[in-house]
Design a protein around this ligand. Structure first.
Ligand code: SAM
Ligand code: SF4
Ligand code: SF4
Length: 377
């Protein structure tokens, strides 16, 4: 339950620094630094706000009904618009792009977007690291096409191996066997290792931690446990449903699967890396509640509708779509470039760190947060 004592959210901790449009645009230098010295490097693009699952922690079916005001087709960024914006982010230093949603495989002809993005090069002339997060429902059908289109990496969400628990988590009666087939197809198509994400919700799927770890421990894939987060306003998050990573590690050790720490590959990675002492498999922990990693957060999110969000827990985004649809800027990306610079340079987000320091600061009942399905994980 939320605590009763609230401190008004007009607290300066959450105020975005004000920025005014500069009249003298500066060229992109491939390096953008925010107010806490964090460098922009990752862009997550949500390609649809729709999903074929109703995961209880993300799009609970009581809220996301068929009458929910999903975005109209005309509101979605087109592939050309997405690529135009992505190019500017790349000029500002983005090297990794992740396609997400909603369920990205529901977006019609998504492989065409993959193909377009895979042609882009970083400031240093390298291929963009192009990834996708999917619930895996359509992966068996799409894996090969995505590989041929130039997708580099896939993360599949998988919250249980037990079919009954899996169906309770996705809440649309979707069988786990189809997702496991999707994982197999992706592996055969050349996406190996895959990342497998399990959101752990105490009281819902925590009993699946041991079976899922056993299942993947001798496989090439990287199983990652994600702490249930208070994203959006719909998932009725409560602290007592969060199973901290340290507890999961203890559960694994008690079940005869102790872990040893591995070095981080990249200082901005969200997951800490571990491997089994007695097996090959790698394990990751995304501990956004118990060990916030805002200090190294290098990510910006582009919503389906073309708004840029500098934090997963933001209340509002910056409208880039109206800029690129303005006939005045049809062939002029300077304004877009300058806007992106100002958005990042004024960034002060550190929601999870603040939550960690003092929950009462963030849990104001009137504070609206953007839904995860709208900006992607
Ligand atoms: N539909 C795709 C999927 O589920 O993989 C992509 C979008 S989904 C929003 C991206 C990731 O966010 C998934 O791995 C999902 O498990 C995670 N996620 C969603 N809601 C969450 C929550 N409340 N806490 C932690 N992770 C969450
Ligand atoms: Fe859909 Fe992914 Fe959210 Fe589940 S986590 S409801 S699959 S968008
Ligand atoms: Fe980044 Fe916001 Fe998450 Fe902190 S809370 S890691 S700033 S997205």
């Amino acid at each position: 339950m939320f605590q009763k004592k609230f401190i008004p959210i007009s607290n300066s901790t959450f105020r975005q620094t004000e920025w005014t449009q500069s009249t003298s645009p500066q060229p992109a230098t491939g390096l953008l630094i925010d107010q806490f010295s964090r460098q922009l490097s990752d862009l997550r693009i949500s390609v649809t706000d729709r999903c074929n699952f109703r995961c209880t922690y993300c799009m609970p079916k009581e809220v996301f009904t068929k009458d929910y005001p999903y975005l109209a087709q005309t509101e979605l960024l087109t592939f050309e618009e997405i690529v135009r914006i992505a190019k500017i982010f790349i000029r500002h230093g983005v090297t990794k792009i992740r396609l997400t949603g909603g369920e990205p495989l529901l977006r019609k002809n998504i492989e065409d977007l993959v193909s377009m993005l895979s042609q882009l090069r970083t400031v240093g002339g390298h291929k963009i690291d192009l990834a996708m997060t999917t619930n895996g429902a359509l992966l068996a059908r799409k894996a090969r096409t995505l590989k041929e289109a130039g997708l580099d990496r896939i993360t599949v969400s998988l919250d249980a191996l037990d079919d009954t628990i899996f169906k309770q988590m996705n809440d649309v009666d979707f069988p786990v066997s189809t997702v496991l087939e999707g994982i197999q197809s992706a592996q055969e198509a050349g996406f190996s290792p895959l990342k497998i994400n399990m959101v752990v919700k105490r009281g819902s799927n925590h009993q699946e931690i041991i079976p899922i770890t056993r299942y993947f421990k001798d496989q090439p894939h990287i199983l990652r446990f994600i702490e249930f987060m208070d994203v959006g306003n719909s998932n009725e998050w409560a602290q007592n449903q969060v199973l901290p990573s340290a507890e999961i590690m203890q559960i694994l050790a008690d079940a005869g699967m102790p872990l040893m720490a591995l070095k981080a590959q990249n200082p901005n990675d969200t997951a800490t890396r571990w491997r089994h002492l007695n097996a090959q498999g790698e394990i990751g922990f995304i501990s956004s509640v118990s060990q916030a990693f805002c200090h190294s957060c290098s990510r910006i999110r582009l919503s389906t509708q073309g708004k840029a969000y500098t934090c997963l827990f933001a209340s509002g985004g910056h409208d880039l779509r109206s800029l690129i649809r303005d006939p005045q800027y049809e062939n002029d990306d300077q304004k877009l470039s300058q806007t992106i610079r100002q958005i990042w340079e004024s960034r002060i987000d550190r929601y999870s760190a603040i939550r960690h320091e003092n929950q009462t600061l963030i849990q104001h009942p009137d504070r609206k947060k953007i839904e995860m399905s709208y900006i992607g994980g």
